[in-house]
Design a binder for this molecule. Sequence first.
Ligand code: NAD
Ligand code: UDP
Length: 315
Amino acid sequence: MTDYNKKRILVTGGAGFLGSHLCERLLSEGNEVICLDNYYTGSKTNVSHLLDNPKFELLRHDICFPLYVEVDEIYNLACPASPIHYQYDPVQTTKTSVHGSINMLGLAKRQNAKIFQASTSEIYGDPEVHPQAESYWGKVNPIGPRSCYDEGKRCAETLFFDYHRQHKLKIKVARIFNTYGPKMHPNDGRVVSNFITQALQNKDLTIYGDGSQTRSFCYVSDLIQAMILFMQTNEDFTGPINLGNPNEFTIKELAEIIIDTTNSSSKIIYKPLPQDDPKQRRPDISLAKEKINWSPKIQLKTGIEKTVKYFENIL
Ligand code: NAD
Ligand code: UDP
């Protein structure tokens, strides 16, 4: 029977790293959740513990094709997020952001549903402004190996704002900065999962470049909390809003923290820096503090300890 006090929520990319945490959280609040995924980088095992819940539904679908379901809210997370995966089939990556967004925006329009877009700090490219505030338009190479992701996500933002202006759609656009935690795939290819799996197996940690490039890492539970708070804000507030942890580390510092946390005998080795790899990245989260009264709680050391425990269990 339908519970009219709770919502039916579609999470695209729901079997991925962030999506599976989000499904869990939305269900714990009593909502019905439709988890959509094509399992390109996600996995059924991320959500297998939710399958017995009658309010949870798993749907194999590619958002590049239209979808007809009845929902109150949509969180659009479907898109490979790790450079090695989004560069493997770059045309599909752009299609997922562009055709996928058009399909999900069309669905939201038909249903008059509120729709959240998982945008990214990659909107800012290799930024000349530091830290990055939402007002910065970015420095993005339109024809490089990262462009399928960066420009796809930029075009998705354009589509969200045009649907908002043209069709009065209720949109929420969040620019997510590097987030990590349990349920990242061991072969995900992003830096935190790479370093932890390497350290736990006493293999060399592979730093790309000299390790002086910076990132600011947010623990997954902090991010999910921010996403939920943002979705609950007044309709007039569309974002874009930066969501991430403003504590900035060099990649070399991250490698040292992970070696230390795992008591690993691994050494650090250096490999070529990929083209267009951003040199620095740190979110200005003043807007998030003001609008959703949020700032991250979990410090890097604690978050890494929790993530290491997860990888120890699955490796
Ligand atoms: P992920 O790769 O674990 O999850 C993405 C999910 O989308 C996977 O389950 C994948 O199978 C699914 N997917 C991909 N293409 C699809 C398609 N065409 N149709 C249906 N499903 C599809 O990555 P994640 O870290 O969980 O990222 C989730 C979202 O958040 C992505 O949109 C990503 O761009 C965004 N984001 C993540 C981060 C981060 O640090 N984790 C940072 C910025 C933005
Ligand atoms: N990186 C690294 N070794 C790895 C994986 C990544 O040194 O094994 C570097 C990468 O070049 C980048 C940073 O770590 O400078 C973050 O990379 P990630 O792929 O996690 O995310 P993004 O570049 O999209 O922020």
